[in-house]
Design a protein around this ligand. Structure first.
Ligand code: KIV
Length: 272
């Protein structure tokens, strides 16, 4: 149910920590533009992620690799302009944080200062821990991202589930602990076994946000275009479809074409 926009307070990292403590599920969605972000914010979503998935769903690339820091700043600015309650988190794109902790720190600072984001997210555990620490020690809230990390697609060679083997599961648990110790305020767990996500969630002091990680995480996130059925192609089993917008939009556009061809649009009432 939509919450009264005047009584809802801005969601903060503190609020997310309280939600974990009180076992209140944290609701998250991606957003890439002002119009949809406003709808999600007004509907009562706790956290909006300006995900680098925009490389796939907005820009039409096969991977998130081509997304740049400038793209993330542009889309975050649009989202921030229309959001009043949800916490806004921005993804750090590929190669904006891997080269050195100082470069990562500067780029995260741009996302906060120029784009107006409330926090940043980056992929990886131990390998990015120095960058995470530099940010959290200097006032930049960081969200971790473990399991399937799409920016490493060319290293892994597939978008398969992660953490199914004991070795991979141990690595993800070690990374989660390291991120928590480095001061992240939350960790996204993507496409890992529900039992592993539950184990990490129980052991962790910070909230876990699952995507394809079962129901025992502290919160859930989905890419909004997936859960609203904008694409006919991408249908992984972890995405529940809450609408069929592709069908709805196609229907509307076909009717529009038919009306123009039949000289039914615009009518006299729609003309000046
Ligand atoms: O880029 C993105 O949308 C994400 C979510 C899938 C967690 O990282």
């Amino acid at each position: 149910m939509a919450q009264n926009p005047t009584t809802r307070k801005r969601v903060t990292t503190l609020r997310l920590a309280q939600m974990k403590e009180t076992q209140t599920p944290i609701t998250c969605l991606t957003a890439y533009d002002a119009l949809t972000a406003e709808i999600f914010d007004q509907a009562g979503i706790d956290l909006l992620l300006v995900g680098d998935s925009l490389g796939n769903v907005v820009q039409g690339h096969d991977t998130t690799i081509p997304v740049t820091l400038e793209h993330m700043i542009y889309h975050t600015q649009a989202v921030v302009r229309s959001v009043h309650h949800s916490m806004v988190v921005t993804d750090m794109p590929f190669m904006s944080y891997q080269a050195s902790p100082r470069e990562a720190f500067r780029n995260a600072g741009r996302l906060m200062k120029e784009a107006g984001s409330g926090a940043v997210k980056l992929e990886g555990g131990l390998r990015v821990i120095e960058a995470v620490r530099l940010m959290t020690e200097n006032g930049i809230p960081v969200m971790g991202h473990l399991g399937l990390t799409p920016q490493s697609i060319h290293q892994f060679g597939s978008y398969r589930e992660r953490g199914a083997s004991e070795e991979e599961a141990d690595q993800i648990k070690t990374d989660a602990l390291a991120l928590e110790q480095a001061g992240v305020f939350a960790i996204v767990l993507e496409k890992i076994p529900a039992s592993l996500a539950a184990e990490i969630t129980n052991a962790s002091r910070v909230p876990t946000i699952g995507i394809g990680a079962g129901q025992h995480c502290d919160g859930q996130i989905l890419v909004w275009t997936d859960m609203m059925g904008m694409s006919t192609q991408f249908r992984p089993r972890f995405v529940r479809r809450y609408a069929e917008l592709n069908e709805e939009i196609t229907k509307g556009v076909k009717q529009y074409i038919a009306d123009i061809h039949a000289h039914k649009f615009p009518s006299d009432e729609e003309s000046y």
